[in-house]
Design a protein around this ligand. Structure first.
Ligand SMILES: [Zn+2]
Length: 254
């Protein structure tokens, strides 16, 4: 099966951009906001997954303004209890971050969340129409040390491997998953885990558990592999990790 032509790379969390119009709702000082951006951004993931010739969908705005990986309705989104639904209200440490009226909340969903998801669904539909399948690669990174909001209610501390592969069985292909594990572990010498520390992978809601032709695999890289997490600077392994990611598309999916 030729997956390469059917790929859609999704990068929701790499932007640090907070437009002025949304800055005013933040209760943090410039210094505090800068620190929150440092902690919460999937730094450089848009660059690590910039693969020529493959369709991508990248959030141009910081997740602190709008997080497209969350369910639109707070009633459906478990992270709301941490103040991290589609529109965050709390920091990674649980501090009140934004004071939004209901109408401001709705405005962000209408003007940012909805168009973002419409664009993602359109790209998925176009690829499906052309190739009868669509493989979404949901690209992320995560910090080496768990942030306070990650704390599990049962106190369990999940693994933090080099590469986390997230998916739901309905939208995953067993052969592709096995090839991904083999590639990262045996060819790259990296550790992997399934759905740990984060689970699942983005599927547009109109296809979610409705169309098995939409496959989705989340690839999350532990940030210490490619950057200095205190300064958000690339480290000496950055080029190597970028090459490993590019080769994934050539050797595993190509
Ligand atoms: Zn992310």
């Amino acid at each position: 099966m030729n997956w390469r032509k059917s790929i859609l790379i999704h990068v929701p969390h790499s932007s640090t951009f907070i437009p002025d119009v949304y800055r005013t709702s933040f209760l943090l000082s410039d210094e505090e906001l800068k620190h929150e951006v440092l902690l919460m951004t999937d730094h450089f993931v848009d660059d690590l997954f910039a693969i020529p010739g493959i369709t991508s969908h990248i959030n141009p705005i910081s997740r602190l303004v709008m997080d497209p990986e969350r369910f639109r309705s707070d009633a459906d989104e478990p992270m709301v209890k941490k103040g991290m639904g589609a529109v965050y209200t709390r920091t990674a440490t649980g501090k009140l971050m934004r004071d939004l009226s209901q109408s401001e909340h709705v405005e962000i969903l209408t003007n940012l969340y909805d168009p973002y998801h419409a664009g993602l669904a359109q790209k998925t539909a176009r690829i499906l129409a052309e190739h009868n399948l669509c493989l979404i690669i949901d690209a992320h990174s995560y910090p080496s040390e768990p942030l306070p909001y990650e704390q599990h209610d049962d106190g369990e501390q999940p693994n933090r491997p080099d590469i986390c592969l997230g998916y739901e069985p309905y939208h995953m292909d067993d052969g592709l998953l096995a090839k991904a594990v083999d590639y990262f572990e045996n060819r790259c010498g990296l550790t992997t885990a399934h759905n740990e520390p984060f689970a699942g992978s983005m599927v547009p809601s109109c296809y979610y558990h409705r169309d098995p032709r939409v496959r989705s695999l989340m690839i999350e890289i532990r940030r210490s592999l490619y950057m200095d997490e205190r300064t958000a600077e690339q480290n000496h392994r950055y080029g190597l990790i970028k090459k490993r990611i590019h080769n994934f598309f050539t050797h595993v999916i190509g």
